[in-house]
Design a binder for this molecule. Structure first.
Ligand SMILES: NC(=O)c1ccc[n+]([C@@H]2O[C@H](COP(=O)([O-])OP(=O)(O)OC[C@H]3O[C@@H](n4cnc5c(N)ncnc54)[C@H](O)[C@@H]3O)[C@@H](O)[C@H]2O)c1
Length: 342
């Protein structure tokens, strides 16, 4: 079978990680690199020995030697690029969040409906981390009894220099928010994937320490009421002096589990033999070696997720993270902003 021909659109921070994952996939040939900033497209093309590069995504969409595209651009451009890809007969996977507002999100879902033969996906690479896959299996078997609390938090530091590094960052128009929709989204996605769906979310957002730097929020808190009856919280800030501290916690009538920075940090169960087996299972679920590109807290899931997506393209099946499922998390985050505004 011929290799799947892929284009990477957006060659900034995350585009190179997609390229690296595709390079390591023997079923893939990267045929195009694309970025509005031509030097970025050219540099990444040269690094990965890709012969074609452009600053115009329309050129990629009309190219015959592209089967599938990775959309790695700023939030505000995802929806239009995604719809154009599908209209031109390409399969597409889009970085998180799918969209920065409800209108754009609906347009993406409508495009996918118009072209049901296309394979579409959204990046949530942590859904491929062995520890979270294992945890999902455990929680699905009601191992904690009746779920009472399920919560997620992220504390990280994004400086003024980070927000100034690209014009779209820290703006409602192009990013659609900040710490929630960009950084904490990974753990909100895990919270919903593990314990969701959510029935109701109420929230408050603030710009505490980044006034004059961003117009969006640097800190947020939300109360989540889950359909299964549990209640929980989401807390996030990008203004702490902590590089990256993520926490997910699940507490039920039989015990509780906490994951800190993607590793088991707490387990206590009424049944001690069960506690031991949960500890062993979650400690054994070790992530593979990280890719040579990208930050440590991106985790190692991109390789697995993009491999899954390519297999889906090749076999015409649904990918592990469908567009609808990625959209649920985007919709929850947009609901948090709406709740905070009202
Ligand atoms: N999954 C993760 O862990 C992870 C990590 C970082 C970023 N991201 C996501 O990846 C996306 C990109 O983030 P980034 O940090 O790489 O941003 P970035 O600003 O560093 O890079 C985006 C690039 O896209 C280019 N671009 C914008 N519009 C374009 C268009 N219409 N056509 C072609 N190129 C275009 C820009 O010129 C820029 O080079 C965002 O959605 C972000 O949330 C995901």
């Amino acid at each position: 079978m011929q290799k799947t021909r892929v284009a990477v659109i957006g060659c900034g921070v995350i585009g190179p990680l997609h390229a690296e994952c595709y390079k390591n996939n023997e079923d893939v040939e990267i045929t195009w690199m694309c970025d509005l900033i031509p030097e970025r497209a050219q540099a990444l093309a040269e690094k990965y020995e890709v012969h074609k590069w452009t600053s115009d995504p329309a050129e990629v969409f009309s190219a015959r030697d592209v089967d599938s595209v990775s959309i790695c651009t700023d939030h505000g451009s995802h929806s239009q690029l995604f719809a154009s890809a599908l209209e031109h007969g390409k399969d597409a996977i889009c970085e998180k969040p799918l969209a920065h507002n409800v209108k754009s999100l609906d347009a993406m879902l409508a495009a996918a409906k118009r072209f049901p033969e296309r394979v579409c996906g959204g990046v949530f690479q942590h859904r491929f981390d062995p520890i979270y896959v294992e945890l999902r299996g455990l929680l699905a078997s009601d191992i904690l009894g009746c779920l009472l609390n399920a919560s997620a938090s992220l504390r990280c530091l994004r400086t003024g220099a980070y927000y100034k590094s690209a014009q779209w960052r820290g703006t409602w128009e192009h990013e659609g928010g900040s710490v929630l929709i960009n950084q904490a989204i990974h753990y909100i996605d895990q919270l919903l994937w593990q314990a969701g769906p959510a029935e109701k979310i109420t929230a408050a957002i603030r710009n505490v320490a980044h006034k004059g730097i961003i117009e969006t929020e640097d800190s947020a808190a939300a109360i989540v009421e889950f359909e299964n009856g549990a209640v929980g919280t989401i807390e996030a800030t990008s203004a702490s002096n902590i590089n990256w501290l993520s926490r997910l916690s699940f507490f039920g009538t039989e015990g509780g589990i906490e994951i800190t920075n993607d590793k088991l940090s707490f387990v206590e169960m009424k049944d001690k033999s069960l506690e031991l087996s949960i500890r062993e299972r979650l400690e054994a679920a070790v992530a593979p070696k990280p890719a040579a590109v990208g930050k440590k807290y991106y985790g190692t899931g991109h390789g697995a997720q993009l491999a899954d997506f390519i297999e889906a393209v090749r076999t015409r099946r649904e990918p592990g993270v469908t567009l609808e499922s990625a959209a649920e998390t985007a919709r929850a985050i947009l609901a948090i902003y709406e709740s905070a505004r009202s």
